[in-house]
Design a protein around this ligand. Structure first.
Ligand SMILES: Cc1cc2nc3c(=O)[nH]c(=O)nc-3n(C[C@H](O)[C@H](O)[C@H](O)COP(=O)(O)O)c2cc1C
Length: 149
């Protein structure tokens, strides 16, 4: 590990959560491609996070150092695969929620109504953002699959 990387690794973490509306239908291969490209890019930037697709909306959490997060968010906001990108919250984080995943994909059809409401409201809403991300992370809890049996 060189000195620059060590310095980078000790910089504070930032977490950003947004929702957006898909510009067109997204097929399973479309989503697969988006996820693998995101994984590859994010790994290089030490970015982790989660992406959900509800059938109409995207919900994404990205976490990492401020500069790469801001750069990625500008790229994402300009992506024509979605529109009406609404940042729900940006927080300083003391730990990562998705430290194992450079981009974890979740089928989020069950959250469609909730994401619709939050997107329609059109304003920052850290509490609802956290609630949505908590729903997604529930799938990651040990024993979750046992619970569903
Ligand atoms: C909903 C959504 C989420 C995205 N998430 C990421 C991401 O986490 N990381 C990433 O590198 N690109 C992401 N992208 C793609 C970027 O907008 C952009 O296309 C990509 O970073 C360009 O990569 P390239 O320069 O390697 O082609 C996302 C796009 C959309 C529509």
């Amino acid at each position: 590990m060189n000195a620059a990387w060590r310095r980078f690794r000790t910089m504070p973490l930032k977490r950003l959560i947004y929702v957006s509306q898909a510009a067109a239908a997204m097929s399973a291969p479309d989503l697969q491609r988006l996820q693998s490209l995101s994984e590859r890019n994010n790994r290089r930037q030490d970015i982790t996070g989660a992406l959900g697709f509800t059938g109409r909306y995207f919900i994404q959490c990205i976490e990492g150092r401020a500069e790469p997060i801001d750069t990625l968010m500008r790229r994402i906001a300009a992506d024509t695969r979605h529109t009406a990108v609404l940042e729900l919250c940006t927080v300083d984080a003391d730990r990562r929620l998705f430290d194992q995943w450079s981009m974890r994909y979740f089928d989020s059809h069950a959250l469609d109504d909730d994401v619709h409401q939050v997107h329609q409201a059109g304003q920052r809403d850290p509490a609802r953002a956290q609630w949505l991300i908590d729903r997604m992370t529930e799938f990651l809890q040990p024993g979750h699959s046992l619970h569903r049996l």
